[in-house]
Design a protein around this ligand. Structure first.
Ligand SMILES: NC(=O)c1ccc[n+]([C@@H]2O[C@H](COP(=O)([O-])OP(=O)(O)OC[C@H]3O[C@@H](n4cnc5c(N)ncnc54)[C@H](OP(=O)(O)O)[C@@H]3O)[C@@H](O)[C@H]2O)c1
Length: 217
């Protein structure tokens, strides 16, 4: 083989190997960084001393875990979810572990509410508090993956899923952001999903809403 062509092929092969290896290393680094190297941030400092945190979808799953962790870090909580009895359980659980933490609960169905309902049921509570952290967690998934026209529950369920996954995080961020900007501090956490980075087949509605959360964040 022509030596120049052979050298060129070697350079291309080694460059590809280095780039490929770099991507694999970065992938693992991102996964293990959180567990091995990162240090917890000082949430009190980042939230500028404002000692209330809002967590949506906090009666279960990730939201409940966020609520617990924020209480552990000394934040009073506004917990917003659909089912009152589940919210009361979370409130009791937190009060037992952290009696010094104040917990307000709001039973609110994000899927069946419009802006006026936020004004009536949520904003009056928030207006009296100094909000340092907003965790936009509430979200729904498809019951199972399927073609769009076979979506379980039909157009009504599609509308509910899109509403729950996009409206609360947008409206609540708009509500708390101006005070945070004024104070030059505050934390907003938007829970998206891997499907917001890579669209997943037959999860298109969920994926689309998570792209919205991801890009807006
Ligand atoms: N779990 C995962 O593997 C995963 C992966 C990627 C991203 N995520 C995202 O992480 C977030 C939390 O997921 P999760 O698995 O922890 O959820 P989950 O366990 O199903 O909990 C959902 C929470 O949202 C509340 N909720 C649902 N619909 C509501 C509505 N219409 N109005 C008010 N509250 C409502 C539920 O309240 P009630 O039960 O009281 O109704 C519950 O507290 C979601 O945004 C999800 O998309 C999850």
């Amino acid at each position: 083989m022509n030596p120049i062509l052979s050298d060129a092929l070697h350079i291309i092969a080694y460059t590809t190997l280095v780039l490929f290896g770099h991507r694999i290393f970065l992938g693992f680094y991102k996964i293990f960084y959180v567990f091995l190297f990162s240090k917890p941030k000082n949430l009190k400092k980042l939230s500028g001393g404002a000692n209330w945190a809002i967590v949506t979808g906090s009666s279960d799953g990730l939201g409940k875990a966020y609520a617990n962790e924020l209480a552990k870090n000394g934040f009073n909580l506004v917990l917003i979810s659909r089912t009152l009895s589940k919210l009361e359980n979370v409130k009791n659980m937190i009060n037992e572990k952290y009696p010094e933490i104040e917990v307000k609960i709001i039973a609110f169905d994000f899927g069946k509410s419009c802006y006026k309902d936020y004004e009536k049921d949520i904003f009056p509570v928030l207006d009296k508090l100094d909000i340092g952290i907003l965790v936009n967690n509430v979200g729904q998934m498809h019951k199972y993956p399927d073609y769009f026209h076979l979506f379980l529950g039909g157009p009504e369920k599609v509308a509910e899923l899109v509403t729950v996954n996009t409206l609360p995080c947008t409206i609540l961020t708009a509500k708390v952001l101006s005070k945070m900007v004024e104070r030059k501090s505050g934390i907003i956490i938007n829970i998206s999903s891997a499907s917001g980075y890579h669209e997943m087949a037959k999860w298109s509605v969920y994926s689309g809403t998570k792209v919205c959360v991801f890009k807006r964040g």
